[in-house]
Design a protein around this ligand. Sequence first.
Ligand SMILES: Cc1ncc(COP(=O)(O)O)c(C=O)c1O
Length: 436
Amino acid sequence: MSILSPQALELNRLLKTQSETVYELLSAKGKAIYFPKMGILAQGSAAKGKEINATIGTAYEDDGKPMILPSIASKLLLDTKDAFPYAPSDGLKPLREKWMELTRAKNPTLGKTEISSPVVTCGVTHGLSMVGYLFADPNDQIILSDLYWENYDLVYSNAYGAELKFFNFFKNGLFDIESFGKTILSGPVGKKIILLNFPNNPSGYTPTRSAGKAIIQVLKEAAEAGNKLAVVLDDSYFGLFFEEDTMIESLFAELSQLHQNLLAIKVDGITKEEYAWGFRVGFISFGIKGGSKDLYRALEEKAAGAIRGNISNVAHPSQSLYLSSLKSESHQIEKEHNIAKIKERYLKVREVLASHGEYKNYFEALPFNSGYFMCIQLKDLNADKVWETLLNKYSTGVICYSEQKLFRIAFASTPARQIEKLFNNIYLACQDCSNL
Ligand SMILES: Cc1ncc(COP(=O)(O)O)c(C=O)c1O
C-alpha cells in the first residue's frame, strides 16, 4: 500500500490509542481507508445555506428543489427531497438512529452498552464485503461452519483473497462445540476472523440458549489467551425463530461487551427482516468491551470511506421508504403476520417429517429451528441423480449440495399446502434412484 493519507493516519492514531485490538485487526486496506473530510465533500458542506452554492453534483431548480423528472417522481409517494438527492455515505442519520434503537429493543442484553451507530450498506452482502475490505488481508483465514452461504466464497475469497477455514457444524444432532473450539483455539495466537450466521443459511439452525453460552465461552477463552478476534455476525435472518429454547438475541449483544480483545461486528438489514429483498438496505454495527464514542466514530468513518470508494452511497428512496414505514401503526402487525406464515410452514415441515418414518430410509433432517431453510441429508444415494429426478419427473426444485449429499429446502417460500407433497416427491425420487 502506498503512503497513507494524513486523514487515514489520524484515524489510525485514534484507533490505536483507543483499542490496540481494533487497530491490529484492520487489513492493509482498512488501515489506508478514511472518509474524505477535506476536498469536495467538506467544501460542499461548507457551502450549505450560502447565498450561492455552486459546489454540488446534484441539479437543483431555481426554487431549491431537486431537479427531477415528473415521470419518475409521480410513481413515488415520498417528497422528492427524500428520494432524489444523494444520501450520505454512512446513510440517513434518522435511519441509523432508528436501527440502533431497534437493535437495542431486539437485544435487551445490550442495555446501554456503548456500540457504534449502524452504518448503512447496500444490502447485507455489501455490508459483509465492506467488513472484508476493512479486516481481511490476502491469505487471512476466516473461520466459519462447514455449511455456509456460498456467496461468502465470492465475497471473501475472490474479492479479498481470504481463505475460508471450516469447523464441523453438527455432531449427533447438536452444534459441534468441540470442533468450534478446536478450530478457534488451535494454531498460533494472533488475529482471527470468525464469521457466524444464525439463523443459518442453508441449515436453518440457530444455537439453543445453552449452545449459545458455549459459543460465547469458547470466544472468551480465545480472547483471554491473547488472540485478537473479529467476530462477524451475519444476522440476515434475525427474528425468524420458531422454538422455545432458541437463542433469540443476536450473539452481538453479549460479544460486544465480552472482552477487550474481541471486536463484534453485526451485519444485518431489512432484506429478510423487513421483507424488502430488492431495496438493498443493510447495516454494519461495531461493538467491543469498553469501546468509546471516539473509537466507534473512527470505525464508522473507516466504513463510510470504504463505502464511498465502492458505491459512494446507498439508494436514498429505499432508506426513506423503510424509515417512513416505521411510522405506520400497522408495521409491526404486518411483520408478525409474515413471521406467523413462515412459522406455519416450518411447523408443517416438522409435522410431515414426524409422520413419515419411512423417509429415514433415504434421508434425515439436519438440526433446524429458524430462518428460511432446512436441510436433509441423503443416505447412500447419488444426490445429483435424485435432484435431477426430482426436477424432471416430479417437477420439484430444491438446492442440491452434491458433495455433502444435502438438499436445502426453502420452506419459507413454499405454501404450507405443498409441503407434504414436496417431501413425498423427494421420497419418491430417492426410491427411484435407489432402485437404479
Ligand atoms: C446468510 C446470508 N447472508 C447474506 C445474504 C444477503 O443478503 P442481501 O440480499 O441483503 O445482500 C443472504 C441472502 O440470501 C444470506 O442467506
